[in-house]
Design a protein around this ligand. Structure first.
Ligand SMILES: *Cc1c(COP(=O)(O)O)cnc(C)c1O
Length: 365
């Protein structure tokens, strides 16, 4: 082994490398990364093939796509920002607002990337535990805001618990957050929401001078491998985010594929609808098995298996289902191919039978 001579930032060395969903065996279903199971539509494949030569840099401003998204949100093009995946925009926003000595408040469990992005920015993370029913504890998040707080993350639907923040809850929350604190509303799964009471960033444009909404083409639109997401918010905040970004990371192919996806939005959202229907069927089957799991609003379900998580993940793996096991909190299973559902439910039934009486993942009766 090479001796460690170079002085690296200790907080970076201490961070475990990002654990990607395990590659699936050839005959296993990979339900560990909340990916879209449908193949890209032919128009997207054609758009990728037709994008200009890779010897040229992409359009740095991404003006055409930003203009299209601006129309959808009823904002100016300057109020839309593109990134190589919305994760990269989250990194930019955190770096733009928070540095050494500053705090970033986020719910936990939530998106696995949040703690790392905060650490890389040099800031201090302030995780706020979810409520017992796996939702954001918004009053506790408000109480965690101090003079040092620069950013508060809100994730709705929340990855991995699938819970949402309602429109009314979000309005009450924003009314209390100080105006100098940036609120980032991460809506990576908003397209899968079927409940009208859930907050939707598209209805909030122009309402708050300290709110940025982030979305992605990775999940509902099935472009995860191309890396393209976007943010909508006040121009001065997006300008600051852009300043921290690595220029030219959003490729021409990604921009073209996103534009074509908007042209064929109806087809893609019909697929999203099918996944949401399947999700609700899986949820009600889980309830019938005796699980107590939060109502899922994204393209995944959350099994709060607690200290039985590693053993439960083994059961799924043996059944040909690759899941995301998250510490000793639980298991997240994506809603993928319709053919995966029987296997998923068989494994879930086996796991629920192994949980001790009065385990919090079991329904009370
Ligand atoms: C998947 C995901 C993202 C974004 O992913 P990108 O592929 O980088 O756009 C952002 N937030 C959450 C909560 C996610 O699960």
């Amino acid at each position: 082994m090479t001796p460690a001579v170079v002085r690296l930032r200790p907080e970076i060395v201490a961070m475990a490398a990002y654990a990607q969903g395990k590659p699936a065996d050839a005959d296993a279903f990979k339900l560990s990364s909340n990916e879209n199971p449908f193949d890209p539509i032919p128009e997207v494949v054609a758009a990728i093939a037709a994008s200009s030569g890779v010897n040229r840099y992409p359009d740095a401003a991404g003006t055409e796509l930003r203009a299209r998204l601006a129309v959808q949100f009823g904002v100016r093009t300057e109020e839309v920002h593109l990134g190589a995946g919305s994760v990269s925009i989250l990194a930019q926003l955190i770096s733009a607002a928070a540095g050494a000595g500053d705090e970033v408040v986020y719910p936990w469990r939530s998106f696995e990337a949040y703690p790392g992005l905060v650490a890389v920015a040099g800031a201090t993370g302030v995780p706020v535990p979810n409520t017992a029913d796996h939702r954001h504890d918004l009053p506790a998040m408000l109480a965690a805001i101090t003079d040092r707080t620069r950013v508060v993350m809100v994730c709705s639907p929340n990855n991995p618990t699938g819970a949402v923040v309602t429109d009314a809850e979000f309005a009450d929350f924003m009314a209390v957050v100080p105006a100098h604190v940036l609120v980032v509303l991460d809506e990576a799964y908003v397209e899968f929401v079927t409940d009208d009471s859930v907050v939707n960033g598209r209805t909030l444009s122009g309402r708050y001078s300290n709110l940025v909404v982030t979305r992605t083409f990775s999940k509902a639109y099935g472009l995860a491998g191309l890396r393209i997401g976007y943010a909508v918010g006040p121009e001065y905040i997006l300008d600051a985010a852009r300043t921290t970004s690595i220029p030219l990371s959003v490729t021409e192919a990604a921009q073209r594929a996103a534009l074509v996806s908007l042209d064929h939005e109806e087809t893609l959202l019909e697929r999203v609808h099918r996944l949401a229907v399947l999700r609700d069927e899986v949820w009600s089957a889980l309830l019938d098995q005796g699980w107590r799991v939060p109502r899922p609003h994204g393209n995944f379900v959350w099994l709060p298996t607690g200290e039985h998580t590693a053993a439960a993940a083994q059961v799924f793996s043996a059944a040909g289902i690759v899941v995301r096991a998250l510490g000793s909190d639980g298991i997240r299973v994506s809603i993928g191919e319709a053919q995966s559902v029987d296997k998923l439910l068989l494994a879930a039934a086996e796991v629920v039978g192994t949980l001790p009486m009065r385990h919090p993942a079991l329904a009370l009766d």
